[in-house]
Design a protein. Structure first.
Ligand code: ADP
Ligand code: MG
Length: 287
C-alpha cells in the first residue's frame, strides 16, 4: 500500500502547481541525476517576434501573408507568432492542402500554388537554394512552386525564470542539465550558454531527440534517473522514453500532458526543482 505521507507529498506539490500522476514518480524524482529540457516553450517563452522580413520577388507584406496562410493549420509556436504579426483574418478557403513536416516546417497549397515554409533542412529536402547568411534568430524560409521567395527572421526570449531553474537544479545535486532542440545551432547554443547548461544538442528531429535521450540514459549511474521536460509539440515520444516525463502545462499540448508523468501547471521551469525538493522531503518522512 502507499504510505500516507506520499499523499502529503502529492498534495503539497499540487498546491505548488505541480501535478504528479502517481506516488512512484515522487520516488523517481528524488533519484534524478540528469534533467533534459526542450528549448522552445520550455526554457524560452515560445512567443516568437518577427524581427525581419526579407522577400525575394515580392513585397514584405505579401511574404508575410503567404507564410501565414501556409501556417494556417499549424499550432507550432512559430505559426502562432506569424498569425499574430499578420494580424488579419485568414481566408481558409484559399488553403486547399496543408501538412506539418515535423522538425522542418509546413507545406500548403494556396490558390493553387505549392508553398513550403520552414528551416534550411526543408529547403534542402525540396532542393531550393536559400539565403545562407549569418543571422541571430530562427529563420523561416519560404518557397513558392519550387522558387525561393525569401525568409522571415523571428526570435524568442528566454523565460525570466529559466536561469533560476537551472541554478536550483545544480544546487540540488543534479549532475547534468541538457538542452535538446530542433532549432538552429546558433540559437540553441546562445540560450544554453546564457543559462549555464552542461550540454546542448541542436538541429534535432523528433527521432534524434529520442536517440539522444537513449544515449543519456546509458550514460547515467544505475540508480540515477533521467527526467525530460518538454512543452509538448512533437515531444510525446521522448516524454514516454524518459524515466520521468515532465510537461509544461502552460503552453503544453494535450498529447504531452497525456504522455507526461508530471505536469507543471504554470510556465515556470523552476518548479522542477521545487518538485524534486518536495519528493526528497517526502521520501525522508517515509523512510
Ligand atoms: P523545438 O525543439 O525548438 O521545440 P521543433 O521540433 O518544434 O523544435 O521544430 C524544430 C524546427 O523546425 C524549428 O526551429 C523550425 O525551424 C522548424 N519548424 C517546425 N515547425 C515549424 C512551422 N510550423 N513553421 C516553420 N518552421 C517550423
Ligand atoms: Mg518543441
Amino acid at each position: 500500500s502507499v504510505p500516507l505521507s506520499f499523499f502529503g507529498g502529492i498534495g503539497g506539490a499540487s498546491k505548488a502547481g505541480i501535478l504528479i500522476k502517481g506516488s512512484n514518480y515522487l520516488e523517481l524524482l528524488s533519484q534524478s541525476e540528469i534533467v533534459v529540457f526542450d528549448k522552445t516553450g520550455t526554457l524560452t517563452k515560445g512567443v516568437f517576434k518577427v524581427q525581419e522580413i526579407n522577400p525575394k520577388g515580392m513585397s514584405k507584406s505579401s511574404l508575410l501573408e503567404l507564410t501565414t496562410y501556409a501556417e494556417n493549420y499549424s499550432n507550432h509556436p512559430i505559426s502562432i507568432s506569424l498569425k499574430e504579426a499578420y494580424g488579419k483574418e485568414i481566408d481558409g478557403s484559399k488553403v486547399t492542402e496543408s501538412e506539418e513536416i515535423a522538425g522542418h516546417g509546413v507545406r500548403a497549397v494556396i490558390n493553387g500554388n505549392i508553398v513550403y515554409a520552414g528551416n534550411y533542412k526543408l529547403m534542402d529536402k525540396i532542393g531550393v537554394k536559400y539565403f545562407k547568411g549569418d543571422v541571430i534568430g530562427t529563420v523561416v524560409h519560404v518557397a513558392v512552386n519550387d522558387k525561393y521567395a525569401g525568409y522571415i527572421l523571428i526570435s524568442d526570449e528566454i523565460k525570466s525564470d529559466s536561469k533560476d531553474a537551472i541554478r536550483k537544479l545544480k544546487k540540488s545535486n543534479i549532475k547534468k542539465t541538457v538542452m535538446l532542440t530542433g532549432d538552429a545551432k546558433r540559437v540553441g547554443e546562445q540560450v544554453a550558454n546564457e543559462l549555464a547548461m552542461d550540454l546542448v544538442y541542436t538541429e534535432l528531429l523528433p527521432v534524434d531527440k529520442v536517440e539522444k535521450v537513449e544515449a543519456l540514459l546509458k550514460s547515467k549511474s544505475d540508480k540515477g534517473k533521467l527526467a525530460f521536460v518538454g512543452d509538448g509539440i512533437n515531444d510525446a515520444p521522448v516524454l514516454a522514453r524518459s524515466d520521468i516525463g515532465i510537461a509544461m502545462g502552460g503552453l503544453g499540448s494535450d498529447a504531452a500532458i497525456e504522455a507526461a508523468d508530471i505536469v507543471i501547471m504554470t510556465d515556470e521551469p523552476s518548479k522542477i526543482a521545487t518538485a524534486m525538493n518536495i519528493s526528497k522531503r517526502t521520501l525522508k518522512i517515509v523512510k
